[in-house]
Design a protein around this ligand. Structure first.
Ligand code: CO8
Length: 300
């Protein structure tokens, strides 16, 4: 049932591989050469891996709003795969290099006036990104340093832990209903697993975007910190999670997430068909166009 290239968590050999690898080297003493650091970058994302701590820093850098275009999603999945396959990497902190924006969610232009082939490719890329991130063996921490609607919220929800800058101007949520569209079942499942059924039900039906303090109260984000302390806090949380043996943490993560992951894997093609049918409707196209116009008007 597995899609090509994505192994379910339970089948990945790396859980046990990682468990038997030596612990990360202790912090380096002053005067010694800097810890080995591997970085790679593409048009959309920059990644820096500190091999001594086993922690990668992944920064979205696709101005103006880090929208999740087909190219972005592809680069995101490739970057996650590279880190997942790197035995030196045990955790990744995901954040944004664009001021005030974590990610504006799926790129709406990818869902407007395109061919069925394009919608198929785009939606498969959205699924792929989620399967890789939600099913990652690595510890994943979202350092949410700006607004994070819809698909941006999904990225944060898919991580193991969310820390948000405490600026009330930054909001986060699955606001699809406000666009006249419906969050797919696996967006909903991911949301329910974080905040519980009742909060997810209200928030999804209203398409709520929650300002950071409210998001914290609802449990949508785990912690709020002043913006200047965000990365320091993310590193501290990561160190706490990495202090545990990888195999125990990974198998526990599998136990918690497998049913939700398997559900999409089993219904992947059907989910693509549903997306195409839905997004191709003239009424939905109209809603999306109107929403884009509203964004432009708000700007002027
Ligand atoms: N996709 C494409 N373009 C976008 C998006 C987006 N998601 N968001 C913003 N843009 C564009 C704007 O149109 C604008 O373009 P231009 O410069 O050409 O006028 C540019 O980016 C900058 O945007 P703003 O001027 O609005 O920037 P601000 O800094 O003032 O605000 C925000 C940033 C808060 C992110 C704001 O742009 C915003 O609210 N954007 C909309 C976010 C949103 O609602 N995203 C939902 C996308 S749908 C999704 O992710 C899940 C869909 C699930 C599929 C369901 C089945 C159909």
């Amino acid at each position: 049932l597995c899609p090509p290239g994505v192994l379910p968590l339970c089948c990945r050999p790396s859980a046990w591989d990682r468990a038997t690898r030596p612990p990360p080297s202790p912090l380096q003493a002053p005067g010694l050469p800097l810890a080995p650091c591997r970085s790679f970058s593409n048009n959309k994302i920059q990644v820096e891996l500190d091999e001594s701590s086993g922690v990668a820093m992944m920064k979205f850098k696709s101005p103006p709003v880090n929208s999740l275009s087909l190219e972005f999603l592809t680069e995101f999945s490739i970057s996650l795969e590279k880190l997942e396959n790197n035995r030196a990497c045990r955790g990744v902190i995901i954040t944004s290099a664009v001021p005030k924006i974590f990610s504006s969610g799926l790129d709406i232009t990818e869902m407007c006036g395109k061919s069925v082939e394009h919608y198929t490719e785009f939606w498969r890329a959205v699924q792929e990104m989620w399967l890789r991130l939600y099913g990652s063996n690595m510890v994943t921490v979202a350092a949410v340093n700006g607004s994070s609607p819809a698909g941006g919220c999904l990225v944060a929800l898919s991580c193991d832990y969310r820390i948000m800058a405490e600026n009330p101007k930054f909001s986060i949520g699955l606001n699809e209903a406000q666009l006249g569209i419906v969050a797919p079942f696996w967006f909903k499942d991911t949301f329910v697993n974080v905040v519980g059924h009742r909060i997810a039900e209200c928030s999804l039906q209203l398409g709520s975007l929650h300002p950071a303090p409210e998001a914290h109260k609802l449990g949508l984000v785990d912690e709020l910190v002043p913006e200047e302390k965000l990365m320091e806090k993310a590193a501290a949380v990561m160190a706490q999670w990495l202090a545990l043996p990888d195999h125990a943490r990974q198998l526990t993560k599998t136990m918690m997430r497998k049913a939700v992951l398997d559900r999409l894997v089993a219904h992947r093609e059907e989910d693509i068909k549903n997306f195409i049918t839905f997004v191709s409707k003239e009424s939905i196209q109209k809603s999306l166009r109107m929403y884009m116009e509203m964004l432009k008007k708000r700007k002027s």
